[in-house]
Design a protein. Structure first.
Length: 67
């Protein structure tokens, strides 16, 4: 939770597993479930930057696009 809020994400009050961040032309939605993280954003570049931000803080494995 701390890492997300330190990076501008706000936790949804109705669902603690949902975080959002909006900046100018950027919108990101994070869904966290146990040890899984789903990242949705308005551009692929935003998704890549969020992944990079989190890999600097956590050991992560990118499983690719969600099916």
């Amino acid at each position: 939770h701390t890492v997300f809020t330190e990076n501008g994400f706000e936790q949804n009050p109705a669902d603690n597993c949902l975080y959002t961040r909006e900046k100018q032309d950027e919108k990101v939605i994070l869904i966290i479930w146990f040890d899984d993280l789903i990242i949705a954003a308005n551009t692929e570049e935003v998704v890549k930057s969020v992944k990079m931000m989190f890999t600097e803080r956590f050991k992560m494995k990118d499983l690719g696009k969600l099916n």
